[in-house]
Design a binder for this molecule. Structure first.
Ligand code: OGA
Ligand code: ZN
Ligand code: ZN
Length: 367
């Protein structure tokens, strides 16, 4: 059986230690013999089922020498000098090149016209609806669920639709409500500028859920902005400054003393942003030469200006039964001030993005 035409390797060429292939989407990839041997998916090299490697890479790969490379039924077939034979389909070659990784869709204020919104009643009953909700969070960094029950504690069950609750010093579930003696500015009626939660915690919680139980106070609107979009618009020198400067974030109350030294922008090995840590309440200051400190503030203010720009953010109101789920390391959140007169109560919890993405991938696998 040959692979579907759009998922087939269409050309193969062997040059020295490198095999060049053309993939289904017309893109070319160059695969080194050492990496190809390491990647062999045959039943001798991988445990069938788990796909886990059976040989130690350093025992087998150093001596790998290519004898031939051919196109066979839309797949790359390689013969090795020791007689071993490897067959790679297009998908495996794409995965090897990292092309199966999800890319975020960056958004700005225009998203206000079509906020990603899903019905609680559908998501709990239908795997397809669950998949669409999680896919929106993966792509945009957030989505709103409407029509959830307003019983306290519900938010933990919503996290468990895709993963596990991450308990912190704020508890398994935390309350956001005006308190007489607040340990956190969140527990006042003050506005909260755009921020990410818990930058003083290692590892920082990646998914945050905020569940609205009551919102009769005037004000208290939710503001969100896409941190990855802001980083994409910042000059490369500014990004490099923010990525290379550790900032100490700290939080303390009666029974917690937390601190972490982290950059405001964290880049992955490709140089793409993977996390922002922005929190005016708990932020320390840069250290270093006078030039370095001044440079850091210039870069930081440019980032904040991009996040606060009128074309950047979406503003909406959480109503009782709404649950906002977002990637705490990508999407910054804040709220407008509200009048202490009416009632406003949210409950929140944290979870992990890798678990959410895993649940989504399994749902997608099922079709
Ligand atoms: C928080 C927070 C948002 C809100 O508690 O960290 O951002 O709308 N709350 O009160
Ligand atoms: Zn093999
Ligand atoms: Zn917050």
């Amino acid at each position: 059986v040959s692979a579907a035409p759009d998922l087939a390797v269409s050309a193969v060429e062997l040059r020295g230690d490198v095999v060049r292939v053309e993939l289904g989407d017309g893109r070319a990839a160059a695969l080194h013999a050492l990496a190809l041997r390491d990647l062999c998916p045959c039943d001798e090299c991988r445990q069938p089922g788990s796909g886990q490697r059976l040989f130690e890479t350093r025992d087998v790969v150093p001596g790998a020498r290519l004898a031939s490379a051919e196109l066979e039924d839309g797949a790359l077939v390689v013969e090795w000098h020791d007689g071993h034979r490897s067959r790679f389909d297009e998908q495996r070659l794409r995965e090897a090149g990292g092309d199966d990784v999800r890319r975020p869709t960056l958004w700005g204020a225009e998203l206000a016209e079509s906020l990603p919104s899903f019905r609680y009643g559908e998501v709990v009953l239908s795997r397809a609806a669950l998949r669409r909700w999680l896919a929106a969070i993966a792509e945009l960094g957030f989505a709103v669920l409407t029509g959830a029950p307003t019983e306290p504690g519900t938010v933990a069950g919503i996290a468990e639709l895709f993963g596990h609750v991450r308990t912190t010093n704020y508890g398994r579930v935390f309350d956001v409500a005006v308190r007489v003696d607040p340990a956190n500015l969140a527990d006042t009626a003050l506005a909260l500028s755009l921020h990410t939660d818990n930058p003083y915690r290692v590892p920082t919680p990646t998914v945050q859920l905020l569940h609205c139980l009551a919102s009769s106070a005037s004000g208290g609107d939710t503001v969100l902005a896409d941190g990855f979009r802001a980083v994409a618009r910042l000059g490369p020198d500014r990004v490099a400054t923010l990525a290379a400067t550790p900032i100490r974030y700290a939080y303390r109350d009666e029974d917690a003393e937390l601190a972490a030294e982290v950059p405001v922008v964290e880049l992955d090995a490709h140089g793409r942003p993977v996390a922002l840590r922005v929190n005016n309440r708990s932020k320390g200051v840069p250290t270093g030469t006078p030039e370095a400190v001044a440079d850091w503030y210039a870069a930081y203010f440019e980032l904040l200006d991009l996040l606060d720009a009128p074309d950047a953010g979406v503003v909406f109101r959480l109503e009782p039964g709404d649950v906002l789920v977002f990637d705490n390391l990508r999407v910054l959140h804040g709220r407008t001030a509200f009048s202490a007169a009416g009632a406003r109560r949210l409950q929140g919890c944290y979870a992990d993005l890798d678990g959410l993405l895993s649940t989504l991938a399994v749902l997608e696998r099922a079709g």
